[in-house]
Ligand binder design. Structure first.
Ligand SMILES: NC(=O)C1=CN([C@@H]2O[C@H](COP(=O)(O)OP(=O)(O)OC[C@H]3O[C@@H](n4cnc5c(N)ncnc54)[C@H](O)[C@@H]3O)[C@@H](O)[C@H]2O)C=CC1
Ligand SMILES: O=C(O)C1=N[C@H](C(=O)O)C[C@H](O)C1
Length: 256
């Protein structure tokens, strides 16, 4: 597979290493230093683009991929409130976009388990939902994309909730605060998300359901960036030759 890498930071470099070991070719590397000189025609050499950059860069990079007619896998977080309008653009240009707030298999299993726990608790009531995410101090956006997806997945199963809200940031470094796509409707609550920044944490997410008599806690801990990078490469192989907008649910349901 011929890969154009957009973003050559912590994730881009990890993906580059795994891809080369697997025998893939990295045909182009784009970062903040050369991005303005890259044109759609430069991308014709690639079978697929893998994009891990910054919240404000993801949409222009997707638009360039659509112009070039090259499928794009996007791991960047902090732009997903705009997914509906970007999806329209992908469909209008007959392009291919694979997005995921988290490419690791474990987190995508966690989403399913958390949603099921929320649906069961919802039958009885009396449980308050909350999400906490802990990441390294280089992370720029809060809450994490994974924390938002988790909150959205559980809110969809709980009658009392319909959205999420960033309730607390515990960090010494400034964070770009991501705004929810929608505010809670009358009588509904947002699932509160707490963001914590500590040195060297690849990504930890906790979902809690707390009642007066007990607390159920579900936790996913990434030990390194390997799971994210492997998942992005798996998504890239899966996307080549397809048209449309896809995410991990589409990929995982095709596995036997
Ligand atoms: N979906 C997932 O599984 C995961 C998502 N992420 C997300 O990926 C993104 C990147 O994370 P890291 O690699 O840790 O960040 P990083 O800060 O280490 O690297 C960012 C890279 O993007 C480049 N860049 C900046 N503006 C650019 C532009 N306009 N075009 C092309 N490249 C540009 C920078 O030069 C740098 O090489 C973040 O949004 C993070 O939340 C991170 C890990 C897993
Ligand atoms: O910035 C990171 O590092 C990560 N970002 C993603 C997110 O915002 O959820 C995924 C993972 O947790 C690591």
């Amino acid at each position: 597979m011929k890969i154009a890498l957009f973003g050559h930071g912590k994730m881009g470099r990890f993906i580059e290493g795994l891809a080369k070991t697997a025998g893939d070719d990295i045909v182009l590397i784009v970062d903040e230093n050369n991005r303005t000189s890259v044109k759609a025609t430069d991308l014709a050499v690639a079978d697929v683009i893998i994009e891990f950059t910054r919240p404000e860069s993801a949409i222009p990079n997707i638009e360039l991929a659509l112009e070039a007619g090259v499928p794009i896998v996007v791991g960047t977080t902090g732009w997903l409130a705009k997914l509906p309008e970007i999806s329209d653009k992908v469909d209008a240009s007959d392009g291919a976009l694979f997005w995921a707030s988290n490419f690791s298999i474990g987190v995508n299993v966690f989403f399913e388990v958390a949603a099921r726990a929320a649906a069961l608790a919802n039958q009885y009531g009396g449980y308050e939902a909350s999400v906490e995410e802990i990441h390294h101090v280089q992370k720029l956006d809060a809450p994490s994309g994974t924390g938002i997806t988790l909150a959205e997945e559980v809110a969809a199963q709980l009658d009392a909730y319909d959205s999420w809200a960033l309730s607390e940031v515990r960090s010494d470094v400034p964070q770009t605060k991501i705004a929810p796509a929608s505010a809670p409707k009358a009588g509904k609550l947002p699932v509160p998300i707490t963001s914590v920044r500590e040195p060297e944490v690849p990504g930890t997410h906790i979902f809690e359901l707390a009642s007066q008599v007990d607390t159920l806690s579900l936790k996913h801990t990434a030990h390194s960036r390997e799971g994210f990078a492997k998942g992005a490469l798996t998504a890239a192989r899966w996307l080549v030759g397809k048209r449309g907008v896809f995410t991990m649910k589409d990929l995982l349901k095709t596995k036997d």
